[in-house]
Ligand binder design. Structure first.
Ligand code: FAD
Ligand code: NAD
Length: 463
């Protein structure tokens, strides 16, 4: 006999799992959620939120250092100081508040929460090891939302001063010399923050460029800013060993270099978290290491769904949330199916990058070259010019025949907040003339979106 029976059991209270459970509870589905660590998952506890809180503090400090070093806008100041242990406590405080908020929201939705590690017995039965002993749960439907974890590199295993993002976000001292393996999202977001906090940072990236999933035009402003911040970037370079004080790196010319470091952050991707739940025993169909799902997030086993990072790229919190919400609706009997046009991607580097929909090359391939690509630089945007940061641009990619937007990208300060307008435009099937004819408030960076569309129509106004 099970200790608990429910209609829906959600395993993992990260963005995917908690969103699914909250929505299911609101829809009147009898729901239980199991979480092995703290509510909020990777994103809230050791990912999106602490990294952005760290980036925010690092930006504030770097700005003060600029005023102290050379002054800006007629402002100069004395040298700033930082009590990094206090900065870390603030980061922890933000995380605590949000995690408690998720716990409260689950309760408010009438979801029963259990803390402990869940292990599958079969597709309907799960055992949870809680502080009060083992609890057996039987559920009509189960949602697997166990997320992902840092991928170890065999040549540079985690341990001691070789750390993952989790430890990098919990340091209480700024390392003097930080080497980052992987010039992707995590390596560059955290690496840039520590460079601004005073660390000497070196990035080792195996591909030819940093952030290789995007084109060079989009990533060049980030590369230039890294250089300005004194970050050394080695591309086409591979980490091959750690001596305890230096990272051995195979350079593109075949030479081996030893990079002295106090900490090495390995950020070379993430892998699905399958072990603790004994997912292998269910023998679900996989794509690579990830669980294969269909357009309703159904796995190959009836009644078992999977959402979020456990299902592979793009491993983004907002995708997990959208999947979780959709599955809750399906379990409540609603006829949902995954029909999103686009999932925005934002990299919180300096400057920030946003990409929604197709990049120019992918669009050209999909439409046999029949596309319009137009860019508007922030150098011609009044709002950007009022600040000290006018680097970057907004770029639109549209069908040549009718101007329907296929992709929108931007790089520049604060462009993360433009991602909502970009996603909305794609979801609504907007065309260049829809955006061009929409009044955009002046002076704002968002005008660069309107101007890029005007340019795509051959009607540029401010360039
Ligand atoms: P997770 O958030 O990983 O949650 C899974 C949960 O399941 C965990 O709490 C885990 O403890 C629990 N669990 C696992 N196994 C069991 C078990 N057997 N029993 C019980 N519980 C279990 N994404 C963005 O969109 N924007 C960002 O800015 C961003 N920044 C990031 C920064 C960093 C440093 C990292 C590491 C990631 C970042 N991400 C970001 C990615 C984002 O964190 C993930 O996409 C998101 O957390 C995935 O949600 P999820 O629900 O699939 O899994
Ligand atoms: P990533 O895929 O973004 O970057 C990993 C980088 O490491 C790649 O550029 C890869 O070429 C490089 N690499 C791999 N092996 C290497 C080696 N041996 N030596 C040198 N370089 C090597 O992965 P990540 O930065 O670990 O982030 C994982 C996931 O987390 C991302 O895919 C993303 O989905 C999510 N994330 C998102 C955000 C955000 O939305 N802002 C922030 C952080 C993380």
């Amino acid at each position: 006999m099970p200790d608990l029976a429910c209609k829906l059991l959600v395993i993992g209270a990260g963005p995917g799992g908690y969103a699914c459970a909250i929505r299911a509870g609101q829809l009147g589905v009898d729901t239980v959620i199991v979480e092995a660590a703290r509510d909020g998952g990777t994103c809230l506890n050791i990912g999106c939120i602490p990294s952005k809180a760290l980036i925010h503090a690092a930006d504030a400090f770097a700005r003060l250092r600029t005023f102290a070093d050379k002054g800006a806008m007629g402002i100069s100041s004395g040298a700033p100081s930082i009590d990094f242990a206090e900065t870390s406590r603030r980061v922890g405080g933000v995380v605590d508040r949000l995690s408690r908020g998720v716990t409260g929201l689950l309760k408010k939705a009438g979801v029963r929460s259990l803390h402990g590690e869940a292990r599958f017995r079969d597709g309907k039965n799960v055992v949870v090891r809680t502080a009060e002993g083992e609890k057996r749960i039987r559920a009509e439907s189960i949602v697997i939302a166990t997320g992902a974890e840092p991928m170890p590199l065999p040549s540079v295993p985690f341990g001691g001063d070789v750390i993952s993002s989790t430890e990098a976000l919990a340091l209480t001292e700024v390392p003097r010399r930080l080497v980052v393996v992987g010039g992707g999202y995590i390596g560059l977001e955290i690496g840039t923050a520590y460079a601004k906090l005073g660390a000497s940072v070196t990035v080792v990236e195996a591909a030819e460029r940093i952030l290789p999933q995007w084109d060079a035009a989009l990533t060049d402003p980030v590369a230039r800013r890294l250089a300005a911040l004194g970050v050394e970037v080695h591309t086409s370079a591979k980490a091959s060993g750690w001596s305890g004080s230096a990272l051995a790196v195979e350079m593109p010319d075949g030479q081996r270099r030893n990079l002295e470091a106090d900490k090495v952050l390995v950020a070379a991707g993430r892998r699905p978290r399958t072990g603790a739940a004994r997912l292998a025993e269910l023998q679900l169909t996989t794509t690579g290491p990830f669980i294969k799902i269909d357009e309703r997030c159904r796995t190959s086993m009836r009644g078992v769904y999977a959402i979020g990072d456990i299902t592979g790229e793009p491993m983004l919190a907002h995708r997990a949330i959208a999947q979780g919400e959709m599955v809750a609706g399906i379990i409540a009997g609603q006829p949902h199916v995954w029909d999103k046009v686009a999932i925005p991607a934002v990299c919180f580097t300096d400057p920030e990058i946003v990409s929604v929909g197709l990049l120019p090359d992918a669009a050209r391939k999909a439409k046999d070259g029949d596309v319009t690509v137009a860019e508007f630089p922030f150098k011609a945007n009044g709002r950007a010019l009022t600040t000290e940061r006018d680097d970057g641009f907004v770029r639109v990619v549209a069908r040549a025949d009718n101007g329907q937007l296929l992709g929108i990208q931007a790089v520049g300060e604060g462009v993360s907040e433009l991602s909502a307008a970009f996603s909305l435009a794609l979801e609504m099937g907007a065309r260049l003339d829809d955006v061009a004819a929409t009044i955009h408030a002046h002076p704002t960076r968002s005008e660069a979106f309107q101007e890029a569309c005007l340019r795509g129509l051959g009607l540029p106004l401010h360039i």
